[in-house]
Design a protein around this ligand. Structure first.
Ligand code: NAP
Length: 251
């Protein structure tokens, strides 16, 4: 199901007064979504591993006249829950509410048969792509509850909806993302104004796509900037009734 209603375009101030936390904001889709959110008036909280890349996104937002972003260097390979809880406590102490949470960070891992996949790679992919999603959402729930209409957007993939050989832990982590979305949506439905959906970006010209398909001409796929309205729609109040859906940004 397509995420974006036909002809929907964000208003210039679509996300004003909203605070949106984006994981993997250093490059690719996460960077593009962060910049798009900032251009539409949001305060963005940028998380990622690469501090120089995070600072570059921060500088771009300020140079474009956006609201001062939050910079949160954070490595999602961290398995213990305490650092996630401490991050949430810091944001709570600052009096923040979180209106949008975009779980975008992801790693590809090894493109090989499951029987050939190293346990180390399996664990890293599952940790970054789904366990960190659980730990971060769990920690941030009080901040999401503070917002009036919070939206959680999980990043799926075509191989998380139909299994495909040699996509290994990555595909399994995206199936888990879909399962996590459905369970959380069912728990929240009727008891909370927080909504949660999954979004499959489709093929996008990023570092991850180029690594997965080294023989493919990169410009055969759209740049992330061409697709950001899908995320904006799901983060805006225009999608207030969209909940528990597995959506696609293309096709
Ligand atoms: P990308 O360009 O490789 O960016 C991945 C992002 O994840 C980077 O910002 C990276 O930050 C972050 N990240 C990776 N490991 C991390 C860690 N341990 N801790 C914190 N951040 C970490 O990939 P992309 O294509 O934009 O992918 C974004 C999302 O879309 C992923 O969930 C991916 O599975 C999904 N997706 C992409 C495509 C596609 O065609 N591109 C298709 C379907 C789904 P650092 O650089 O700081 O490590």
């Amino acid at each position: 199901m397509s995420a974006l209603p036909p002809h929907w375009r964000p208003a210039q101030d679509e996300l004003k007064n909203k605070t949106i936390l984006i994981t993997g904001a250093t490059e690719g889709i996460g960077r593009a979504v962060a910049l798009a959110c900032a251009r539409l008036g949001a305060e963005v909280l940028l998380t990622g591993r690469n501090e120089a890349a995070l600072e570059s996104v921060y500088d771009t937002i300020l140079n474009e006249g956006g609201r001062t972003p939050g910079l949160i260097p954070f490595d999602l390979r961290v398995t213990q829950h305490e650092p996630y809880d401490e991050l949430a406590e810091t944001l709570l102490a600052e009096g923040l509410a979180i209106d949008g949470l975009v779980h975008n960070a992801g790693v590809l891992g090894e493109r090989r048969a499951l029987s050939q996949t190293s346990p180390e790679s399996w664990q890293e992919v599952l940790q970054v792509n789904i366990t960190a999603t659980f730990l971060l959402t769990r920690a941030l729930m009080p901040l999401l509850e503070r917002a009036s209409l919070a939206s959680i957007v999980l990043t799926s993939s075509g191989v998380g909806r139909r299994g495909k050989a040699f996509w290994g832990a990555y595909a399994v982590s995206k199936f888990a993302t879909e399962g996590y979305m459905q369970v959380l949506a069912d728990e929240l439905g009727g008891t909370s104004s927080i909504r949660v959906n999954s979004l499959n970006p489709g093929a996008v010209n990023t570092r991850m796509r180029r690594a997965a398909y080294p023989g493919e001409p990169p410009d055969s796929n759209p740049l992330p900037e061409a697709l950001t309205d899908n995320w904006i729609y799901l983060l805006s109040d225009a999608s207030a009734l969209i909940h528990g859906k597995a959506l696609s940004a293309q096709g």
